[in-house]
Design a protein around this ligand. Structure first.
Ligand code: ACM
Ligand code: ZN
Length: 762
């Protein structure tokens, strides 16, 4: 008997050992909780398919019912004490006074979530879901709780900031209610609490207003260039449905009704409220219109206030966004009504007229128990007394407002504009422009160091914006939002001291599985390579780094699509010849990244020549008058002046009128090698060595940089640098690097004028 017992004991020990090995808790929660201890073992998920709540409070029951749907539990027992070995939700006073705080304890005794409020409990629920298999996020939820084990944790958590928001522009492109709900679900899983709904703009009015039916009849439809129409709007019933849906996920919805600018859709329907009287067309082009609401007509205020009255009735949230950004003053400056009003009320300029407009609207909102939020332009001409500023043109507006004692939401376009590219623009789907990586989002610090502790209290939090000029589909919204929203979620929630990008990436792998369960089209990271150069003279080693667990890199070197015939990358590629590498990341789920292309270019060293010792330092230049759109247009033109310059830069003084410039000279290479050249120009520029175009940065553009490499042998190399300026900004910066040279301007002693040289052979 004794013997067999001990055999059984050994057997149990082995089994336990096995299960421990298989069941090491692997907790990956986003946003990372403020305090968490994880025991080394897993515990049984409660078998009883009932959720118990501490009271019958309707918000708490809403939270319980949300969890019930995810778990496929139909039964909620409310109003009692914790019977143990179950899921128990309780609103209770916690140690922290933060109304959004919660605690979550999982153990052999069951799951207990306590919150200072039902909202806090809801965040505890979100954390619990992240301890369960990702399938819990799918349409069917957790199919069975049989045999489910979860990590044993003790979490005490609360957000760093009270404002954790996401915006969505539904004017430029319209998204139906079902998608808005899905978007809200994604916010909820990230413990975000504010959905900023950008409902009106020049390109479409998207909210039904009963008193002004033409706003949606006319203002919601635009005629596209190809003759088709594009439109859509939400009825008031649909708005209520969305607001209720968001409320059941403890998300407040802040509507944005744009004024006094970005109002062309409204003015198309009611042109009498403009300065000129119109007529107008709902805009089809992006950007900013000069036509705005007339600030000098009383009818404008009556109209806007009628609209806001209906909007207030639909949205219970305290905050109402009234836009206020990008309002040109050209119409106001010529409008008799606007000018008359300015005189009557004693306004110095149109900036003050804008401020007058916003102040009047604020007064109205306050009388209706609402607080005004506006983009940072509402600082111009003086802030309305209680306005909250959403800082988008960097953080300067936010700093200014906080110093004036106003609340601020940080949404700087440098870190929070999710309409910007998140990877190399050559390979990504078309976007607005810009470049905002996941890591950059993660690096946002919403509270600027410039603020003292008192001022810093005015920073309510952070928000990211999704403007949809180039985002035409739901899938594309998801692609631009994810996973950057996950990064922003940690910025808004997690204590700064716990923020760690590498650990975040590790947590994110699980988040991707949750996204998969939700069928979300998140961006898969592209393969990373550490190769610094793709120009080589002998051989080149290209290594890829797999950015993800549970993923592989597929590549080809024959120009074909790696999805079809790709090899799985395992060891660095050693190249002996020029090839085009195409590569992508493929996840276990089958989802792939965008395709990246690498042109590996085998070159001979370009032979240098020897020059006579009577070198003249500098380069020759030809200067052309004229409005060019390409550097090629200088061909066959006569220069207006020519001479020798000492450096590769714009002439001094820079011509005031549009001009073109061609520089020719020799570049000295002392040490043969691969050199990289950089052209940063506004507008176009090109750099060539003999017949070889090294950098083609031609065309009309702002100050951007392009770079490329070339293998240069010892000696002097003739080159040609072209540039043109077509008005607006003008700049040219030429730099190089390579062979022990850090990126820098090319020193004068490495340059020699061409016209004065005698070539004396190779
Ligand atoms: C904005 O991006 N115009 C607020
Ligand atoms: Zn006017």
């Amino acid at each position: 008997m004794k013997r067999s017992l001990s055999i059984l004991a050994v057997f149990v020990l082995i089994a336990a050992g096995w299960s421990c090995q298989r069941e090491t808790p692997d907790v990956r929660i986003i946003p990372e909780p403020a305090q968490m201890t994880v025991e080394p073992a897993m515990v049984k998920f409660p078998a009883r398919k009932v959720i118990y709540t501490s009271s019958k409070d309707s918000s708490l029951l809403a939270a319980a019912s949300y969890l019930g749907k995810k778990l496929n539990y139909t039964s909620i027992e409310n109003g009692g004490t914790n019977p143990g070995h179950c899921i128990y939700l309780e609103v209770a006073r916690l140690e922290s006074a933060n109304p959004e705080a919660y605690t979550l304890k999982t153990s052999g005794q069951g799951v207990v979530i306590r919150g200072n409020s039902a909202r806090g409990v809801f965040y505890g629920i979100q954390t619990l879901l992240q301890l369960l298999p990702p399938e819990v996020y799918g349409d069917t939820g957790l199919v069975s709780n049989k045999g489910i084990r979860i990590p044993q944790v003790n979490i005490t958590d609360e957000p760093r900031y009270p404002w954790r928001g996401m915006h969505l522009d539904v004017s430029r492109h319209f998204f139906p209610v079902e998608f808005i709900k899905k978007y809200i679900d994604v916010l909820a899983m990230h413990k975000m609490n504010t959905f900023h709904w950008h409902l009106t703009d020049d390109q479409g009015w998207r909210i039904e207003i009963k008193k002004y039916p033409k706003l949606t009849e006319t203002g919601s439809v635009r005629k596209e260039a190809d003759g088709s129409t594009y439109g859509g709007f939400y009825t008031q019933e649909q708005i209520k449905e969305v607001v209720a849906y968001a409320a059941s996920r403890f998300i407040d919805v802040m509507p944005e009704i744009e004024m006094p600018g970005h109002a062309v859709a409204a003015l198309t329907a009611y042109p009498e409220l403009s300065c000129t009287g119109g007529p107008f067309e709902v805009r089809t082009e992006w950007g900013v219109s000069d036509d705005v609401f007339c600030a000098g007509k009383e009818a404008t205020f009556a109209f806007v206030e009628d609209i806001l009255k209906e909007v207030v009735a639909l949205f219970p949230y305290k905050y109402m966004h009234i836009g206020g950004d990008e309002c040109p003053k050209v119409r106001w400056s010529k409008c008799p009504d606007c000018q008359k009003l300015m005189k009557t009320v004693g306004l110095k300029d149109e900036m003050q007229l804008q401020s007058y407009f916003i102040r009047r609207i604020e007064k109205f909102l306050i009388a209706n128990n609402r607080s005004l939020v506006g983009w940072d332009e509402i600082l111009e001409g003086g802030l309305a007394p209680e306005a909250t500023v959403m800082s988008w043109r960097g953080v300067a507006g936010g700093i200014d407002a906080a110093r004036q004692g106003h609340d601020v939401i940080m949404s700087p376009n440098s870190h929070c504009y999710f309409d910007h590219y998140q990877g190399d623009a050559r390979f990504e789907p078309k976007a607005w422009g810009g470049y905002l990586t996941l890591e950059k989002v993660y690096s946002l610090e919403p509270t600027p160091a410039e603020l003292n502790p008192e001022e810093a209290k005015h920073v309510l939090g952070a928000q990211a914006n999704i403007w949809t000029e180039y985002i035409t589909s739901e899938k594309q919204v998801e692609y631009m939002a994810l996973p950057r929203m996950s990064a922003l979620a940690e910025v808004g929630w997690t204590p700064k001291s716990l923020r760690d990008y590498e650990k975040f990436l590790h947590r994110l792998v699980r988040q991707y599985q949750r996204f998969d369960a939700m069928q979300l089209n998140y961006r898969v990271p592209t393969p990373v390579t550490t190769a610094g150069s793709y120009v080589f003279t002998d051989s080149l080693v290209v290594d890829f780094h797999n950015p993800l667990e549970n993923a592989e890199i597929l590549y080809t070197t024959d120009g074909s699509d790696p999805q079809v015939a790709g090899k799985v990358y395992s060891t660095p590629l050693v190249l002996k010849e020029s090839v085009l590498i195409k590569a992508l990341t493929r996840m276990k789920s089958g989802r792939t990244s965008v395709l990246v292309e690498i042109h590996a270019d085998k070159q001979e060293f370009r032979p240098g020549i020897r020059l006579a010792v009577t070198k003249v330092p500098g380069v020759d230049f030809d200067l052309y008058d004229g409005l060019f759109k390409s550097v090629l247009e200088m061909d066959n033109k006569k220069p207006v002046s020519r001479g020798v310059m000492t450096s590769l830069s714009l002439p001094d003084p820079v011509p005031a009128k549009p001009f073109g410039l061609i520089m020719r000279g020799y570049l000295k290479i002392a040490d043969p090698g691969i050199y990289r050249f950089y052209l940063n120009s506004d507008d176009g520029s090109t750099l060539s060595f003999g017949e070889r175009m090294v950098i083609d940065h031609d065309g009309l553009h702002g100050a951007t940089e392009k770079s490329a490499e070339i293998a240069l042998g010892k000696g002097w190399h003739g080159f040609e640098l072209r540039y043109f300026d077509a008005g607006g900004g003008k700049s040219l910066v030429v730099q190089w690097s390579g062979k022990g040279i850090e990126k820098q301007q090319i020193p004068a002693e490495n340059l020699a004028s061409m016209s004065t040289q005698v070539m004396i052979g190779k």
